[in-house]
Write a protein that binds this ligand. Structure first.
Ligand code: ATP
Ligand code: MN
Ligand code: MN
Length: 301
């Protein structure tokens, strides 16, 4: 006798207890995405977002009046977000200690949205091993005038060069203009060594192809080139987290893709907060299997 299978837990709707006020407030005027929709988006993707973002110090882009009004970047807080958003004391450069934020649940993500958060940016290390990064990230910033095709080619180039050093990497659509090349690391080397590697690697690419790449911040030197922003790889720096929404027109999100998929993608803002179901379904696809996972350490450079 065939038994009726037990209903599967609804993965798209984890239990959220945090109350969201003003659910109908429009946060993204260009596409009428409301605060309630944004909260529901984060609750829905929490299961695919937290494996990477959870237990990592995060900085928030908060836009309490919506993305088109004043936004601010928040690194510290001593508890005003409620008990679902946790604090971790971290020593600053000047020797003082500040409370940074981290989340580890759908409630934590939603509590941040309740406080006006749109974007989640994360450190390159987790709270249980703060001094040892578990990822490198190269943020590729194309100068205005370059198109996404150039950015994709640049990302592929980094992938190839990293592979020659024995490092596996993964592309992340930023949800904005560029692509981030993410290199998972087994936490072993500390920040100064990791930053030094990123610095040398970026400079080597720029000096090999000075017409195409630049590794220094100076805006004037970037004209017509792709800036390889390696400075995301220093202690205290952050980068946009996979599945974070962006405070940009249309409510795009940062999204992991495979190298093969990237070839046929023509914008870094391919998915939006209205695509939660598709993003969740994609994680089970062969293309994304193992994204961001590799047991590897930095070689000497
Ligand atoms: P794009 O693809 O459009 O360049 P992005 O995420 O790379 O998107 P930004 O939003 O400009 O670009 O952010 C660049 C980096 O600087 C981010 O990784 C972020 O963590 C960090 N950042 C952004 N705003 C601030 C700020 N006010 N203070 C410190 N760091 C910031
Ligand atoms: Mn960028
Ligand atoms: Mn940048």
């Amino acid at each position: 006798v065939a038994e009726t299978p037990a209903p599967l837990p609804d993965a798209a709707a984890p239990e959220v207890t945090v109350k969201v006020s003003s659910r109908d407030r429009v946060i993204f005027p260009e596409s009428n995405v409301t605060k309630g929709e944004l909260a529901d988006y984060y609750a829905a993707v929490s299961g695919i977002m937290l494996p990477w973002t959870g237990n990592r110090p995060v900085s928030l882009v908060r836009c309490p009046q919506g993305r088109a009004r004043a936004c601010f970047f928040q690194k510290h807080d001593a508890g005003s977000f409620g008990e679902q958003v946790h604090q971790v004391p971290i020593r600053e450069k000047d020797g003082s200690t500040e409370n940074y934020l981290y989340v580890d649940s759908a409630d934590g993500l939603v509590a941040c949205v309740q406080m006006g958060t749109i974007e989640f940016h994360g450190w390159g290390s987790k709270i249980d091993d703060l001094e040892k990064p578990d990822r490198l990230v190269f943020d590729l910033d194309p100068d205005e005038g370059l198109d996404f095709e150039d950015t994709k080619k640049a990302a592929e180039h980094l992938k190839t060069q990293l592979a020659e050093l024995g490092l596996v990497s993964f592309p992340l659509l930023s949800g904005g203009k560029g692509v981030h090349v993410v290199v998972p690391l087994t936490p072993e080397a500390e920040w100064p060594a990791v930053k030094d590697f990123a610095d040398r690697f970026a400079r080597a690419l720029a000096s090999a192809e000075p017409d195409r790449f630049v590794a220094v911040m100076t805006k004037a030197k970037r004209v017509g080139k792709i800036f390889i922003d390696y400075l995301r790889n220093q202690r205290g720096s952050t980068a946009i987290m996979p599945y974070s929404a962006r405070a940009r027109a249309g409510a795009p999100v940062a999204a992991p893709v495979s190298w093969t998929e990237l070839r046929d993608i023509d914008t870094a803002a391919k998915w939006s907060v209205r695509d939660a179901a598709e993003l969740i379904a994609r994680v089970g696809s062969p293309a994304l299997k193992g994204w961001g996972i590799a047991d590897q350490v930095l070689p000497d450079l």
